[in-house]
Design a protein around this ligand. Sequence first.
Ligand code: BES
Ligand code: ZN
Length: 593
Amino acid sequence: MPRIDPHSYADSAQPRTKHLRWTLSVDFDTHRLDGAVAHELAAPSGGPMDLDTKGLDILGVTDAKGNHLPHRLFPEEPILGSRLRVDLLPGSTEVHIRYRTSPEAVGLQWLGPEQTEGKRHPFLFSQCQAIHARTMLPMQDTPAFRVTYEAEVTVPAALTAVMSAGPEGAGSGADTGRRSFRFRMPQPIPPYLMALAVGHLESRDLGRRSRVWAEPATVEKAAWEFAGLEEMIAKAEGLFGPYEWDRYDLLVLPPSFPYGGMENPRMTFLTPTLLAGDRSLVDVVCHELAHSWTGNLVTNATADHFWLNEGWTVWAERRILELLHGEEEAALGWAIGQKSLEESIARFGVDSPLTRLETDLAGVDPDDAFSSIPYEKGALFLALCERTAGRERWDRFVREYIAQFRFTSITTADFLGFLDKKLPGVSAAVGAEVWFHGTGMPANAPVFRSARLEELGALAGSWSSGRRPGPAEIAAWKPAEMLLWLQKLPRPLPAGDLEWLDRSLSLTGKGNYEILVEWLVIAASSDYEPVFPRIREVLLRVGRMKYLRPLYGALGSHPRTRALAREIFTAAAPTYHALSRRVVEGILSKYEA
Ligand code: BES
Ligand code: ZN
């Protein structure tokens, strides 16, 4: 039984799905999708076919002619879910499955009207990476197998459905009060890139191939924030080759979205916390856009090679930002990344196998292994290769790499083989083996220096000796500079220092969530009561895990902030995404009693 992915029942010796025809009806009353999916097989075949499912009710399995096919749903395993084995008649070309999702499907979050900006309509969004597509439909849920798809989604008539696919039109549904939207994704994608959102949505054009979708109340703000998108796409094309996905649209979700962004093809999903009002957080869009090459065209074959997605994308994101804003700005990005890398390594421990670039996640939930390590260690490894090969040779290699592996799913060994072929000597010179299989950080990790970084570091370092930046100095700071300086301040701080900070930098009122959360973390770890109401507000509104982790973590430092955290979580938990809930539960369980 050649299983090819520790997180999937897909078997490479069995028939394989090439295309999905998917019909679903979205039921906001029961929080279920009623689905029917037709798997078109890569070749006529027979015998057993194992699919991944989690929490699905399987209502019927037939072949293309409607003949009932024997099938068996195995008991649910903790991480993988339930194997659905279908026995195909010889020469089968299709498998048809009728099913229903569970209201607890981790891949779907159902929001009540009160969780939206407009407060009048419900909202639904999916988040399938890494292994949650199986909670939305039965399929071979491994990134090693790519599929094309078409879909018809029926929703309440007041709402709009969008997908990670090209729109093919809408019409009134079979029932009155319902509307159907059709989609087609003609390019083969890994299952984790299947995506759906339904809500009261509007859009604004940003350029000839992009628009932003959001609730009516935020769509103008979003259009302003992301106005520079087309220029970003053009810069990325200059570096990595043509944009291959036709359109690049954005969707701004309600604030419970657990990530900053998700690179669903043709329709990147974003947290509304990016709407800072000053375009200072567009690096996240740059990152998701870069995935159009690194991740969506060239995909990790399994979660063990996740750095091929994220390390490459962080590296690519910083090269695009360097073109747009210069080297100094890119160096700030590397420095901020370095901080989160160090935190992740400290969280797992320097000797943890999870600090390796190539991991062995058999028996480990990819959501539990998630950290900045594949992102930042991966990006540093590639930056080291770039320095070693020289930028010109490296950039040529990058374009060749993408052209060679586009629309395929690859392993670390595939990457290494190609590197050795195209740039012989580089992998040995950088010590690739130690980067991939050693724990912690290798001694030859590149360091990004800049005059601004040195200044900010020195300024923060002299905080305890009483040095304070002046008003003019503060006013001239870019948001990333302020963030970096805050990150380098000592903590906890005495109340007088915190008062000075808030008065001089207006931190509690900041619209830039990176700065705001960094401030609230400093204040929480210092037991500084004046910010408690703002902390409560943020934690009740925002479900982005990147912010929940440090905030709930910092609240663990003192008895009364621990009590505050527990009280806020009790109120907020029903509004959080299941993934966010799990992360916070983990943090609270580590608090001292
Ligand atoms: N693909 C990731 C998000 C993801 C990873 C979801 C693994 C589920 C499992 C996305 O591209 C990402 O990395 N988002 C970051 C943005 C950042 C690094 C600029 C985020 O959400 O913070
Ligand atoms: Zn990413």
